[in-house]
Design a protein around this ligand. Sequence first.
Ligand code: ZN
Length: 230
Amino acid sequence: MLPDLRDAVLEANLELNRRGVVLYTWGNVSALDRDSGLMVIKPSGVSYDEMTAEDMVVVNLENEVVWGRNKPSSDTRTHTALYRAFPQIGGVAHTHSTHAVAWAQARRAIPCLGTTQADYCAGEVPCTAPLPPEEVARDYETATGDAIIRRFQRLDPVAVPMVLVAGHGPFTWGKDAGEAVYNAVVLEEAAKMATLTVTVAGPSPEPLEDYVLDYHYQRKHGKNAWYGQK
Ligand SMILES: [Zn+2]
């Protein structure tokens, strides 16, 4: 079932590992086939050295496994919550990359301090509120998704394709699994730069001027984007 999408999700998971944003099995990537409403996700606890496309698991948006011999990632219900809430996205990645986690553990949004971040995210990288205890008791992974969705009530998930879950770590997304992973790697690098900026400038550095932020974001992602080759 969905062999091409399973290949793509395997490749995206291996790319997370190659780019150094996951240790052991501390990360996961999924992709959604919008036509069938089926998601392909990494299996739970299978090491990257041994993982094949046959290990990927196909799940519907009600979190039922429809194909595969393995258990899906323990974060499956967070991924499906995001696909249900954000109809524009086709891939989701989750890591515990060090610098992004540091900001998540500090429960602080990453302000947009420079053009590196502005090229990929139209402003700060938001941080969720803590998860309510009754939601954690009921269904922790869905509660994690719901905390992200609440944080995005007035945000565009296409313009801001990344978030920090307070006390946990980053989730990123994109049009497909590859773009979700790309954004996870960009976020880690932007978080590292922000950490260093705070050590140089103090805890509240000046954010990037709005008009520079806007220029950088629009040249890559605006209606008349002009960055790169035609
Ligand atoms: Zn996690």
